[in-house]
Every structure is written in C-alpha cells, then in structure tokens.
Design a protein around this ligand. Structure first.
Ligand SMILES: [Zn+2]
Length: 90
C-alpha cells in the first residue's frame, strides 16, 4: 500500500518542471537575452496547440493557440525591451 504513494509524488515533480521551475526559466531568459527573435514555448501543459512557441505582444509572450501569457517580472521585461525593442526615436 505504501509503495503506491510514491508515484503521484514523482508525477508532481515532473509536472512542476514542465510548468516553469526556476531552473527552466533561467535558461529561457538567457535565450531571450542572447537570441534575436527567440520566443519561449507555451507554458500551458493543456495547450491544444501542442505547446507552440509564443509571440511577443509588446509586454509579455502570448500563445497564439490557447491565449496563455508569460509572466516575466517587470525588471526582466524592461531589460528585454531595452535590448531588442528600443523605440526608434529614442
Ligand atoms: Zn498555448
């Protein structure tokens, strides 16, 4: 009986990793700051679009299939915009 209690725990750890644990997010952020045009994959595990890449909407990244939107902190977004989305008249 006790053995079966271990399985849900493993599944939960795996799910959390897919939902953007800090370790995974830091890789995404590094890519965002070093690859022009890079967009993270949709973060919704239930996305019917098979987790496609998101699109920059001016403030965050948004999934074109399910409407999922990234939640990067303001300071990261500010740095991202400063690098790739500078206003042409500044
Ligand atoms: Zn999606």
């Amino acid at each position: 009986m006790e053995e079966s209690e271990n399985k849900p725990l493993i599944n939960r750890v795996h799910l959390n990793a897919g939902l953007g644990a800090d370790a995974g997010k830091s890789v995404v952020r590094r890519n965002l700051m070093h690859e022009r045009g890079y967009a993270p994959y949709c973060g919704d595990v239930k996305c019917w679009g098979m987790m496609p890449r998101t699109k920059w909407d001016g403030e965050q990244f948004k999934c074109p299939c399910c409407g999922w939107r990234s939640q990067f902190p303001d300071d990261f977004i500010a740095g991202y915009k400063a690098k790739w989305h500078q206003a042409p008249n500044v």
